[in-house]
Design a protein around this ligand. Structure first.
Ligand code: SF4
Length: 407
């Protein structure tokens, strides 16, 4: 008997004490399946490989051969591992992804048959054609989900706007070719219906709501309130789940403190601001809207309204030429903000995005890029200069590597 198949496996099905766990064993190896309210875990042997599926049966992650895998709803698979302590990553080629996914689903099918719990039926009947069909369904519901903050990779994304209202930062190609558009409440209602249908029983995995694309909060207050009414009416999230969104600092002041306070009471939990740098000269060179003072003001306003913030710093941007001013200005800016527990400072290593103008402009300006070690040193230098107002309750400081984004 091989690979957990056959009557031995079925006979040895066990129920754990909390009625959420089953196990099947044969002479080859054990497969343990844990069914949780949001996810199904499948574990082979004592430690690995392991696989996680949402409650619609879509593989979301795996650990196999010492490497982590994440599968996106677009059916791409990202492989991550460490080499000499350095994180590595690559996207599997379609034929590799297909082989990987088909093997995972063969195992899942075996476990589902052996255990016989009807809740595991969602793991059965998956092949490459069906996975591709699911990816096409996803593409019909969403414009490409270009980027999210790392703590929101499992959010329920609602595209209340499309594109970015600025869309001119020289380093960014996330929304190129996608004109900025603010949806009406009726359009959002239809979008929510399609999103609900797409996720189906997998919806409980999504614990927060991310209003996308970029700068959705730039919408006029009346429109924002209209959206929030629709979101409440459609009951798309569990009670108490927060709402999160990106926002340009420059645009925060277009709303009053009273309006931000109202948004906070309606569930807006945290706003993510791409500060990039505290150096105004570099900001202008990047064609980023606004100045450093706008970011500081934006953070003060949002925090006063009861909205947490995340400030994103792009390490390595501006290369050698701007490095010193970038570090100094960024430390000064972050130290001028009332950041505390509940807020997040993200350090995002610069990645030369293929569709952006940055590489060409930097070459023309004779700006040498920093290498990985220099970018890491820059992050360390900025961190070393930070003095938060309440050292007992500092903000979280984390890495934000856009190359690891997957939805
Ligand atoms: S960095 Fe942000 S504001 Fe700038 S173009 Fe990209 S999405 Fe828009």
């Amino acid at each position: 008997m091989t690979n957990g198949e056959g009557p031995d496996g079925a006979r040895n099905t066990q129920h754990a004490t909390r009625n959420t766990q089953h196990a099947t064993r044969n002479t080859q190896y054990a497969i343990s399946v844990t069914i949780r309210p949001q996810v199904i875990h499948l574990l082979v042997g004592d430690a690995a490989p392991s696989y996680s599926f949402d409650l619609a049966g879509r593989l979301i992650g795996a650990f196999e051969g010492g490497r982590n895998y994440r599968r996106g709803l677009d059916n791409r698979v990202l492989q991550k591992w460490a080499e000499a302590g350095v994180r590595q990553r690559r996207w599997l080629a379609p034929d590799e992804a297909r082989a990987f996914l088909e093997a995972a689903y063969r195992l899942a099918d075996t476990a589902a048959v052996a255990i016989g719990d009807p809740r595991l039926d969602v793991l059965r009947g998956w092949d490459w054609a069906r996975l591709q069909t699911e990816a096409a369904r996803f593409a019909a519901v969403y414009r490409p989900v270009s980027i999210l903050p790392p703590d929101q990779y499992l959010a329920l994304v609602l595209q209340a706007t499309e594109g970015c209202s600025h869309n001119r930062c020289t380093f960014c190609d996330f929304y190129q070719g996608r004109p900025f558009r603010i949806k009406s409440p009726d359009e959002l209602r239809d979008h929510i219906g399609a999103v609900r249908q797409f996720f189906g029983p997998a919806l409980p995995l999504r614990k927060s709501l991310f209003l996308a694309d970029a700068n959705a909060l730039v919408a006029p207050m009346a429109r924002l309130v209209g959206w929030l009414d629709v979101i409440a009416e459609k009951r798309i999230l569990p009670p108490g789940a927060g709402i999160y969104s990106f926002m340009d600092a420059f645009d925060v002041q277009r709303k009053s403190l009273a309006e931000w306070t109202e948004l906070a009471t309606r569930g807006l939990r945290r706003v993510y601001i791409g500060m990039e740098t505290g150096d105004d000269v570099l900001l202008r060179w990047l064609v980023k809207p606004g100045a450093m003072a706008d970011v500081i003001e934006a953070v003060i306003t949002l925090k006063s309204a009861g909205v947490a913030v995340s400030v994103i710093v792009m390490t390595g941007i501006g290369g050698e030429h701007y490095a010193e001013a970038h570090v100094r200005g960024t430390i000064n800016a972050l130290n001028a903000m009332p950041l505390a527990a509940g807020d997040i400072v993200y350090f995002s290593p610069f990645v030369d995005q293929p569709g952006s103008a940055y590489g060409r402009l930097a070459a023309e300006a004779g700006i040498n890029p920093l290498n990985d070690a220099e970018i890491a040193s820059q992050e360390a230098a900025i961190r070393a200069g930070l003095r938060f107002r309440d050292p007992a309750h500092p903000p979280q400081c984390s890495k934000y590597d856009i190359r690891e984004f997957i939805y």
